[in-house]
Design a protein around this ligand. Structure first.
Ligand code: PLP
Ligand code: SF4
Length: 342
């Protein structure tokens, strides 16, 4: 592990502070409800829905929720609800048809000039709206042997200029694994950009440790880190400290959000998010319309409502604080921008 500067609690290098925090997540619905002073009426549906996709939320993220409020926007993202058990027409298991874009095991090639490596299926948090909740990760696990094939495929394809590390969450891997991965990419001359898509950085701020910062600084490419924050309330306390550490790396910091009913589906919430991100060195990038995965229909916000929100934001914020409203459409050459019809 390359955490040479981290503290002496790391007697076992595989058992760093963040890994303990990762393992110590809340996974029992009863415990989550107790911690937030919520009534027992939420328990039976939470337990039923958690059977399909388990509850998992780091304690740091729970600490940012309001007590006694079942509609808290952070809680809504992680609390299993009975609504998830309702089958809805058009909501399936592979809504964006990812399985047909594999160039090598774990390497998704959809768009020109960039490829996405599924590094691991693990995430510190389980977001209820996640399109990967039904993803066949067993076939994509980022074991060293499997990466070899994906890396060979990147090396053999000069059209790939940017490699995107995604998952799951690449920050579920240890610094040592990340370092081994990027070491094996260093000989690829046509690669000039490395991107990380991560939610762990925000939900598990201790993940942004000294070893991680050293690793980012050591990389020979332009590095972009795309965070995943849906609501300004996520940006408190230790999460802000993690952002401050990230901003010392020189990496370009962007954010993507998913537009979620009951979480952030109003212009005020999203404008506050944009301003808060900016205050901490992060620019909004994408606002995604929901991928229609089974069990997530109750989160859906219509395109027209999304456009209304963007119009309000455009009229009140500088252009660089207005995210691009997009949707993933199978077969399209990029994310598809949703724009108002003239
Ligand atoms: C979203 C996505 C990308 C990145 O697209 P950008 O528009 O460059 O952010 C790349 N590959 C896959 C498979 C994706 O889903
Ligand atoms: S962190 Fe991202 S990949 Fe992981 S569960 Fe949440 S939305 Fe899905």
């Amino acid at each position: 592990m390359i955490t040479a500067t981290s503290n002496t609690r790391h007697l076992n290098p595989l058992d760093s502070t963040w890994q303990q925090h990762f393992a110590d997540a809340v996974t029992d619905p009863a415990e989550l409800l107790r911690a937030l002073d919520l009534g027992s009426e939420w328990l039976a549906p939470a337990e039923a829905a958690a059977k399909l996709f388990p509850l998992r939320v780091p304690r740091s993220f729970v600490a940012r929720m309001r007590r006694g409020d079942p509609h808290d926007p952070l809680l809504r993202q992680v609390l299993p609800l009975g609504d998830e058990l309702i089958e809805t027409e058009g909501f399936g298991s592979d809504p964006i048809d990812e399985s047909s874009y594999q160039q090598a095991p774990g390497l998704l090639r959809k768009y020109s000039s960039r490829a996405l490596l599924v590094t691991t299926g693990a995430c510190a948090v389980h977001c209820r709206y996640c399109f990967r909740r039904e993803f066949p990760y067993e076939e994509q696990q980022g074991e060293t042997g499997r990466w070899r094939e994906a890396i060979a495929s990147v090396a053999a394809d000069p059209s790939i200029e940017e490699l995107i590390l995604s998952g799951g969450d690449p920050l579920s891997l240890s610094n040592a694994r990340l370092n081994a991965l990027t070491n094996s990419l260093k000989g690829i001359a046509h690669l000039n950009s490395l991107r990380l898509h991560t939610r762990n950085a925000i939900v598990l701020p201790s993940r942004i440790d000294a070893g991680f910062i050293d690793w980012i600084r050591s990389l020979p490419w332009r590095v972009t880190i795309v965070l995943h924050v849906n609501h300004a309330q996520e940006l408190q306390g230790d999460a802000l400290e993690a952002l401050a550490r990230l901003s010392t790396t020189g990496a370009l910091l962007l954010n993507q959000s998913v537009l979620l009913r009951g979480v952030n589906d109003d212009a005020t919430a999203l404008s506050t998010l944009s301003r808060t991100l900016h205050a901490h060195g992060v620019l909004p990038y994408y606002l995604h319309l929901l991928d229609r995965v089974r069990g997530s229909a109750h989160f859906e916000v219509s395109e027209s409502r999304g456009l209304e929100i963007i119009a309000t934001m455009t009229s009140t914020l500088p252009g660089y604080l207005v995210p691009k409203l997009v949707r993933e459409i199978p077969g399209a050459a990029s994310k598809t921008a949703i724009v108002a019809q003239a």
